[in-house]
Design a protein around this ligand. Sequence first.
Ligand code: P6P
Length: 341
Amino acid sequence: MSSRTPFPDKLITLERHIIEGEHSHPGATGEFSGLLHGISLAAKLVWREVTKAGLVNILGKTDRMNISGDVIKKLDEFADVTIYKAMDHLGHLCVMASEENEDLLHIPEHYPNGKYALLFDPLDGSGNIDANVTIGTIFSIYRRVTASGPGKMEDVLQPGHRQVAAGYVLYGSSMMFVYSTGHGVHGFTLDPSVGEFLLSHENIRIPRKGTIYSTNEGNTGRWVPEMQRYVSYLKKEDPETGRPYSARYIGSLVADVHRTMLYGGIYFYAGDTKNPNGKLRLMYENNPLAYLVEEAGGASTNGRIRTLDIQPSSLHERSPLFIGSVDDVSIAQEFLSGKRV
Ligand code: P6P
């Protein structure tokens, strides 16, 4: 038996997968390929900095505060600028918006405007950077609603069900690129020796029900009684329903949702007496992840309505998030509405 690494039976690169996906889209113009390739290139540049951050003292805090009140980390800024610069000249976008920037990010005048809008959280979970915990980039792509010229706020403030693609990048023990254009969710793992993303998780499907819940229980004292009853339910012994559930919380949304998508169960960040809309951002975190989890056969709500049906009113609005297996999200909703006690 050869000791050489076995040749995978299906060696599919991200680029080949995207192009094959384009061919299945009638009238596709190849713009998707250009867009997704640009994002994957930016992600590799971010990964290079993330992997050496501890060595070149890039860690630490800048004195700039972003709109969401988080202290921006140097890597956050690097990721933000890198994604913008990788995408601003491709001619596919009319406007961008980043969780790290209060206002819209316009396309420089000397570059053409395209028919898509890109929203992104450049480095989610950045509070974990110094602890070498998995962090990620999240992105959403919408078709513009204005006719032409520089994009406007209405091109960006669209409900999540209008997304035409979404994805995330995981900077963890390995680097992964997970995306969907509405034809299933597919995961690619970077082979650093060749610098290519190779298909490693084809057509990810989330179990209909799981036995893991993921939330910051430090907020328990601020939850409404219905929330507290739901989590007590999850902890109660009942082997028939897989309870007590296991608690898993990384504190890095992309990592927590990625695990939920693979293993099943539920991730939630509820509103509470201090923050009625919770902490997570609808446009940069909830919508792209809800699009992906629904594409994988799961569900996502704000506790009352489907995440993707929320009509956004501002660029940085926060929204509660209950996301994961269909049955688990449904049970959570029954507790929150008082139907179940
Ligand atoms: P808490 C990181 O800033 C983030 O938005 C998510 O990545 C993460 O899940 C959440 O905040 C953690 O928030 O309140 O549990 O520390």
